[in-house]
Write a protein that binds this ligand. Structure first.
Ligand code: GLC
Length: 530
């Protein structure tokens, strides 16, 4: 039996944005429970909940001020537990975000640590008399942070942070930090969750003369974490957020003894590049550069998430191309990326939105959907940071969007003429069998009947024009011939002689054989039937 996550479809959900049951303007666990019918209907297997811990919310919860509780606007611990139980009752799994690299500067550990150089908690963080150390470590939040060091006037020393200056990095050289983190994992695993998306894992240790990423010490701790989870909570999932090249990602799988899953960051921008250039080459190349991973491991693939569409894993020329193409309006640019949702990136062209989703579902890996993208939600560029892609979920055609009747929701609800709740909402799309939502629903259901799509090798039809992405996925589990046309021009594909195919997404459409033609941005999932 293969582990559950290998052929799972994930749904990333921002709790604050999902559904507000008490109308305080913030989504909450009770609100999520009220929407589980929807997630069950959609057919996803596992929900990833973004950080729900106590936090000043200066980085939407990735700045944790207490690891042992729920943010008060989200409910109390019992609400969380009830939600997990209810999800399990419905056959849904749930993983939660865990931020291991840093805390909020409001965390009592840091508050205590910064009080004096002799504080017993001082060593929980990384301090220095100068800001000269670890100069080879890049700055990640380029737009806002001038340095990875921030001076703390109280004690006259600098503290180390890879992200915002209000997120001091924990000091993993301190065994007490490592133990504290294991205790935190234990606490949440005891709640019955199915695993974690582990945030920002490459940066746990610092060593002079290195870029302070992917260090052997970091892998050593992550392996210890996995051993701990396996020993006490076998079968739970650890999914790594490590925005790295495939060869640097491989060690995060270890020999199947570190993370079971890692996001495949480099393939994501290349899907957008391939579509814009009508040229599959960069995707073919990155998939060729993607090494095989252990049997028990899987890639997590995605089109968008809560962060900017990162362009860290492309060349400077390709980055310029992506910015020019998808963020000509400079307000859409942030750090090394683009702060837009899928539908606007595709100019709301339904054909392209479907095509990108079809690629997500048929290339190797387990797809992760970002809440709201299944209905083609838009973004709000007037909001700061990455907030524009974290607006409230649009449930119904009502000024509250069915999200919250609060007069002051945590974020404005998108209300423009194209992407506003009036045009784009779950209810109207559920009622319309031709909606994007129904298409995504069908892709999810169909994908589940084709387990070969999870891990089988990828065989490109190289003889077809570069403006196509056509490939076989074949193994002992079956075969799918996935066809994609990246251009407006019709694409003729000669199917292998003597083989008849069924279109898995449209089985009633009759058998296919001989030559078939894909229309503009068309796609087919063909299964040989003879
Ligand atoms: C991760 C999160 C991002 C957050 C950062 C710092 O990259 O995805 O949203 O800002 O970590 O915690």
């Amino acid at each position: 039996m293969q582990p559950w996550y290998i052929n799972a479809v994930f749904y990333q959900l921002y709790l604050r944005a999902f559904n507000d049951s008490d109308n305080d303007g913030h989504g909450d666990f009770t609100g999520l429970r009220q929407r589980l019918d929807y997630l069950e209907w959609l057919g996803v297997d596992c929900v990833w909940i973004m950080p729900m811990y106590r936090s000043p919310l200066r980085d939407d919860g990735y700045d944790i001020s207490s690891f042992y509780g729920i943010h008060p606007t989200y409910g109390v611990l019992e609400d969380f537990q009830m939600t997990v139980e209810e999800m399990h009752r419905r056959g849904l799994r749930v993983i939660v975000d865990m931020v291991v690299n840093h805390t909020s500067d409001q965390h009592p550990w840091f508050q205590e640590a910064r009080r004096s150089k002799d504080s017993p908690m001082r060593d929980f963080y990384v301090w220095s008399d100068t800001d000269e150390k670890y100069r080879e470590a890049r700055i990640i939040f380029l737009d806002t942070e001038p340095s990875n060091w921030t001076f703390d006037p109280l004690t006259g020393q600098y503290y180390w942070h890879r992200f915002f200056s209000h997120q001091p990095d924990l000091n993993y050289d301190n065994p007490k930090v490592r133990q504290a983190m294991l205790d935190i994992f234990k606490f949440w695993l005891e709640m019955g969750i199915d695993g974690f998306r582990v945030d920002a894992v490459p940066y746990l240790y610092e060593r002079e003369g290195t870029d302070c990423e992917n260090l052997p010490e970091t892998h050593e701790f992550l392996k210890e974490l996995r051993r701990f989870v396996d020993e006490h909570y076998p079968g739970r999932l650890l999914l790594a957020e490590a925005n790295q090249w495939p060869h640097d990602l491989l060690p995060y799988f270890g020999n199947g003894d570190e993370f079971q899953m890692c996001f495949h960051f480099p393939v994501m921008p290349r899907l957008y590049m391939a579509l814009a250039r009508q040229d599959r080459s960069s995707v073919v190349q990155i998939m060729a550069d993607t090494p095989p991973i252990p049997e028990s491991c899987q890639w997590a693939t995605f089109l968008r998430n809560h962060d900017e569409l990162t362009l860290e894993m492309v060349t400077p020329e390709d980055r310029e191309y992506m910015w020019d193409t998808y963020a000509a309006d400079r307000r859409y640019r942030i750090n090394l990326g683009i702060r837009r949702r899928l539908a606007p990136l595709m100019d709301n062209d339904r054909r392209k939105i479907e095509l990108m989703n079809s690629l997500l579902f048929t290339l190797p890996g387990a797809p992760v959907l970002y809440y709201g993208d299944e209905i083609g939600m838009g973004d709000d560029v007037t909001l700061p940071d990455r907030n524009g892609v974290r607006t409230p979920m649009q449930w119904i055609d009502d000024p509250s969007a069915g999200f919250s009747t609060s007069a002051s929701p945590y974020s404005p609800i998108i209300s423009d003429a194209v992407y506003g709740y009036h045009q784009v909402n779950v209810q109207s799309q559920q009622l319309d069998p031709n909606s994007l939502l129904h298409t995504i629903h069908r892709m999810i259901a169909t994908r589940k009947t084709l387990p070969v799509l999870a891990k089988a090798p990828l065989d490109w039809l190289h003889e077809l024009p570069l403006s196509s992405m056509c490939f076989w996925r074949r193994s002992s589990e079956g075969a799918v011939l996935a066809l994609h046309n990246l251009s407006e021009e019709p694409l003729a594909v000669r199917l292998p002689d003597g083989t008849t195919f069924t279109d898995a997404l449209n089985p009633d459409g009759g058998p296919c054989q001989g030559e078939i033609t894909l229309g503009a941005y068309g796609y087919r999932w063909l299964v040989p039937s003879s």
